[in-house]
Design a protein around this ligand. Structure first.
Ligand code: ASP
Length: 336
């Protein structure tokens, strides 16, 4: 099977304005350049903002989020602005405009958002709207519903003035043609070597409040109508402003069955560091599989205190952390 590679990975670090300092990790991150550094233990008002997001394109997403956070903005605004970068970038083929289509060559999108006040909004199986995260936020802020899907979500978006547009790019259409040409009886809609690049981004603002956002075009060439973990509150993303926030990427079916992001936050509630909470959640997934799985699942997590953690099952997961004026793209540790 052809590998659709979006990795071409380079570790990059750049200043975000203010002077850099230690990144907020606690515990072992063996392959991280920040292993063993003490986490900042900020308390009360004047806390330092932190952003953590999935994959390489989380890096520019962090920059957009940081712009808001560093000028005193709210975590909720920051997470929306952060993931909108990937949604609008045609070179990111797992999110928004330029996302790879489903088996019927239709780009269908899923997104969820959650704020510090325990409000949440989500849309799924939505076509022709570039920024599903903003539609999800609209659901959260203008209705008492949490989750709207399909034609109903599209109509909701139309009525709220979102612009309809074609999201299938030439590159995505060509990738679909190639996939179609190589289809066989053995194809299970989920080539194990196909990369993922859902963006999940969670942040803490200067007031110490947490928010999260997650947005995706889902698995490439999925069955029309398939919805993964990303728009499901507690699976693809979860925020509890008393405890922490988490987001997921990878095979959504596995994250759904574990209530993955919720579980990460619950482990943090029990006192585990974000890193240990990601590990325990991935171990839960592993435990359910007798054989070593080929699929990828990864989490990013952020505690109320501003510590971060990230871990994947397989190698090749990267995440981006913005903290104290620095933005870093880091190779994650992996369990397998
Ligand atoms: N988690 C996403 C899904 O299953 C896929 C991804 O992370 O790219 O829809």
């Amino acid at each position: 099977m052809r590998r659709i590679s979006r990795r071409n990975f380079l570790k990059i670090t750049a200043g975000l304005g203010a002077a850099g300092s230690l990144l907020p990790f606690r515990g072992a991150l063996a392959r991280s350049p920040f292993a063993g550094l003490a986490a900042p233990r900020a308390a009360g008002p004047g806390r330092t903002p932190v952003v953590i997001s999935t994959w390489k394109h989380g890096y520019p997403g962090n920059e957009a989020a940081w712009k808001i956070l560093s000028s005193g903005g709210a975590a909720l605004d920051a997470v929306e602005a952060g993931v909108r970068v990937s949604e609008g970038d045609p070179s990111v083929n797992g999110v928004g405009y330029g996302g790879l289509p489903d088996e019927e060559c239709k780009v269908t999108l899923d997104a969820s958002i959650m704020g510090p006040d325990y409000r949440a909004g989500a849309v799924a199986f939505i076509e022709n709207y570039r920024h599903p995260i903003s539609i999800a936020r609209k659901v959260m802020e203008t209705t008492d519903h949490v989750f709207i899907v399909g034609a109903g979500a599209e109509e909701f978006a139309r009525r709220h003035g979102f612009a309809r547009e074609e999201l299938l790019t030439e590159a995505a259409r060509e990738a679909w043609i190639k996939w179609k040409q190589r289809l066989s009886d053995a194809d299970d809609w989920f080539p194990a070597d196909l990369d993922h690049d859902t963006i999940g981004l969670v942040a803490r603002d200067a007031a110490g409040d947490l928010a999260g956002a997650c947005t995706t075009s889902g698995l490439a060439f999925k069955i029309h109508g398939r919805v993964g973990d990303s728009p499901v509150i507690g699976a693809g993303m979860y925020v509890d402003n008393d405890v922490g926030a988490a987001a997921a990427t990878g095979k959504g079916e596995e994250v759904l069955k574990t209530c993955g992001s919720f579980l990460v936050v619950e482990f943090m509630r029990q006192g585990l560091s974000p890193q240990a909470a990601c590990k325990k959640t991935l171990e839960r997934i592993l435990k359910k599989h007798a054989a070593k799985p080929a699929f990828q699942v990864a989490f990013v997590a952020l505690s109320k205190e501003g510590e971060v953690g990230a871990l994947s099952l397989q190698k090749d997961f990267q995440y981006a952390v913005a903290y104290n004026g620095k933005n870093e793209l880091i190779d994650a540790d992996h369990l397998l």
